[in-house]
Each structure stands twice: as C-alpha cells, then as structure tokens.
Design a protein around this ligand. Structure first.
Ligand code: IDP
Length: 148
C-alpha cells in the first residue's frame, strides 16, 4: 500500500491545527503509520528542501521550517500521495480552494501550514529522511473492510 510523508509546519503547530489536520486524513480513511513532534535541524531542512536551494526564498524557507516544532507524519492508503496533495490544496493558500487545508486555514505562501510529498520518489526519500525504519508501524486497522 502506498505511503506518503506529511508534516504540519511550525505555523500549523502554533495555530493548534495538528488535531484538525490529523482528523481530516483519518476521516478520509487513511492510516497513520508514524508520527512525531520534532524541531528540524538546519542540515535536515536544507536536505529536505534541497530542490529549492537556488530559489530566492530558500533562506527564508529554511529559517521558517526550523523556527519551531513540526509534526511529522507517515500516512498509508490507496493513492495517498496524490489524494493528500489534493486535500492540502495549492501551494499559495490564496489560490487554494475552500475545503482544502491551505484554502481553509492559510493566507500566505511562506506560512502554508502543511507539507506533503509530491511524488512516489519524494515520498520514499522524505520518509527515509524523517523516520527510522523502526519508527514506522505496520498494523491492521479495524475499519479497513468498511473503507475498501
Ligand atoms: P509545495 O509545498 O506545495 O510542494 P513547493 O513549490 O515544493 O510547494 O515549495 C515548497 C515550499 O516553499 C512551499 O510550501 C512554501 O512554503 C515555500 N515557498 C514556495 N514559494 C515561495 C515563495 O515565493 N516565497 C516564500 N516561500 C515559498
């Protein structure tokens, strides 16, 4: 079953949105297989956002993502990578439609509440970056027969 990496950014944690965000993915039917509250190191931030290192906002992005605790999560389910991206909404919250996380709670691209892997390759890379093998749990969820 497909897995993805999602992370409530420091603004989402400070704005008490961890529960709301977890609730949305749980209610959809995805399975939480890993989670931790952590402060990202400078090195991890630069590796995670490496593809943006030439962009003018890179410094700002690294400063922001390391500025306070984030809530890192691993979620599992059919088509979870694409579906989670749809549930997050567009990168710029002002362009994100209502009903999406960024559309409902965000105002600026720099503080857009949530990160989610954008492909199978990034999901694999990001899950490995943020979680050790023994930090992801494999289990059967009671409601799976009622979801699939
Ligand atoms: P994504 O998070 O929707 O995948 P990306 O294009 O991968 O979007 O950008 C990564 C993150 O960089 C965004 O979530 C956003 O927080 C930040 N970012 C993107 N563009 C800008 C910008 O122009 N100014 C400040 N931050 C930006």
């Amino acid at each position: 079953m497909e897995k993805t990496f999602l992370m409530v950014k420091p603004d989402g944690v400070q704005r008490n949105l961890v529960g709301e965000i977890v609730r949305r993915f749980e209610s959809k039917g995805f399975k939480l297989v890993g989670a931790k509250l952590m402060v990202i190191s400078d090195d991890l931030a630069k590796t995670h956002y490496g593809e943006h290192k030439e962009r003018p906002f890179f410094g700002e992005l690294v400063d922001f993502i390391t500025s306070g605790p984030v809530f890192a999560m691993a979620w599992e389910g059919e088509n979870v990578i694409t579906s989670a991206r749809d549930m997050m909404g567009k990168t710029n919250p002002l362009e994100a439609v209502s009903g999406t996380i960024r559309g409902d709670f965000g105002m600026t691209v720099g503080k857009n509440i949530i990160h989610g892997s954008d492909s199978a390759e990034s999901a694999e890379r990001e899950l490995k970056l943020f979680f050790g093998e023994n930090e992801l749990t494999s289990y059967v969820k009671q409601d799976s027969d009622w979801i699939y």
